[in-house]
Design a protein around this ligand. Structure first.
Ligand code: NAD
Ligand code: AHE
Ligand code: ZN
Length: 370
């Protein structure tokens, strides 16, 4: 079939919206009509050329929601008409990783996913002249139709709006999951969140759910504070507007440092600040942000010797097929909020405006609807 997609032809170039070829689903695969997709900073990270796994031409996008149109041979858990959220972290429920309760990093399709192909080693997308186009994070939601492995789709309830629940495909689950699954924040905790964008705001909403008492937000952009306060932030710090060292300032503000700190910026210097503003003796710092090729984190080992812990989280530690439908329920039951964070909605033709808004710091989430 043919479908319309925003194609990243080369690193650093705007996406180009065009007709592309899409082959139908092979064994174990599913054809999905994408109804909506969010634009996450990770899409920009890859588009810009900062991703060591970046491969072009590719159809980016990993925060989608849609409807199953067709299933390949052997698919048993999904049927045409089912509503689904694509998962960049699959859940096969059989591999060594799925069977270990300490991780959500299913490896069943991870190797081929990183090479931009389906598990059989080939791509379903191509240009009209036959040039292959690579998949992205196994999802490629910047296309009106896409093909995914069955194990990379969460089946969700049919009354949930696509243009909101697409955000559960990455930002909402990552932020809330970092608090609940990875940090396991206790009632009454003190927390510091660096970066109040599409991920950081969901960390804040997760902290409120978990019953944290003090929730400090840190961002270079003052405009991010208002929304963060609505989601539970108790104190805001703009590092450009304080005298002296940001770490010392945060340690004083929190009476010794955060029980939990989170990096949602992707900046390795901020990751160090987050670790060092965690409380001596027990503070845990969770890295969510994704850093560009060649960048490394550093700190004095003494920071760890004296009890601070550095951790990371992917997709908020969530097991997608199991946890994503529950998070959709939380949204539909009013337990979590999504709507105010979707600040802009646009058509596929305007997708590059979504990236511009992110760069300008004007959007939290821009969502493309088909
Ligand atoms: P975003 O652009 O919406 O938000 C980033 C925020 O960080 C912005 O508000 C920006 O002003 C702020 N910021 C930038 N530099 C800063 C600094 N030096 N100090 C304080 N604040 C600063 O991006 P997002 O979509 O929220 O993504 C955030 C990060 O999380 C990205 O690196 C993204 O790739 C990563 N991410 C990781 C996962 C995961 O599973 N680990 C999932 C989704 C996104
Ligand atoms: N390809 C990059 C790493 C990118 C990365 O860390 N991705 C996160 C999800 S970001 C979603 O917005 C993730 O899940 N990582 C675990 C995994 O298996 O990819 C690189 O540095 O090579
Ligand atoms: Zn993402």
């Amino acid at each position: 079939m043919r479908t319309r997609a925003a194609v990243a032809l080369e690193a650093g170039k705007p996406l180009e919206v065009m007709e592309v070829n899409l082959e139908g689903p092979k064994a174990g695969e599913v054809l999905v009509e994408i109804k909506a997709t969010g634009i996450c900073h990770t899409d920009e990270f890859t588009r810009s050329g900062g991703d060591p796994e970046g491969i072009f031409p590719a159809i980016l996008g990993h925060e989608g929601a849609g409807v199953v149109l067709e299933v390949g041979e052997g698919v048993t858990t999904l049927k045409p008409g089912d509503h689904v959220i694509p998962l960049y972290t699959a859940e096969c429920r059989e591999c060594e990783y799925c069977l270990n309760p300490k991780t959500n990093l299913c490896q069943a399709v991870r190797a081929t996913q990183g090479q931009g192909v389906m598990p059989d080693g080939t791509t379903r997308f191509s240009m009209l002249d036959g040039t292959p186009i690579y998949h992205y994070m196994g999802c490629s939601t910047f296309a009106n139709h896409t093909v995914l492995p069955e194990i990379a789709l969460a089946k969700v309830r049919e009354d949930a709006p696509f243009d909101k629940i697409c955000y559960i495909g990455c930002g909402v689950t990552t932020g809330i999951g970092a608090v609940i699954n990875t940090a396991k924040v206790e009632i009454g905790s003190t927390a510091i969140v660096f970066g109040l964008g599409g991920i950081g705001l969901n960390v804040i909403q997760g902290l409120r759910l978990a019953g944290a008492d003090q929730i400090v937000g840190v961002d270079l952009n003052d405009d991010k504070a208002e929304m963060a306060r609505k989601f539970g932030m108790t104190d805001f710090v703009n590092p450009k507007k304080i005298d002296g060292d940001i770490v010392a300032h945060l340690v004083e503000l929190t009476g010794g440092g955060g029980d939990y700190t989170f990096d949602a910026t992707g900046n390795v210097n901020v990751m160090r600040q987050a670790l060092e503003s965690a409380h001596k003796g027990w503070g845990e710092s969770i890295i969510i942000g994704v850093a560009g090729a060649g960048q490394e984190i550093s700190t004095r080992p003494f920071q760890l010797v004296t009890g601070r812990v550095w951790r990371g989280t992917a997709f908020g530690g969530a097991r997608g097929r199991t946890d994503v439908p529950k998070i959709v329920d939380w949204y539909m039951d009013g337990k979590i909020e999504i709507d105010p964070m979707i600040t802009h909605t646009m058509s596929l033709d305007d997708i590059n405006k979504g990236f511009d808004l992110m760069h300008e710091g004007k959007s939290i989430r821009a969502v493309v609807t088909f």
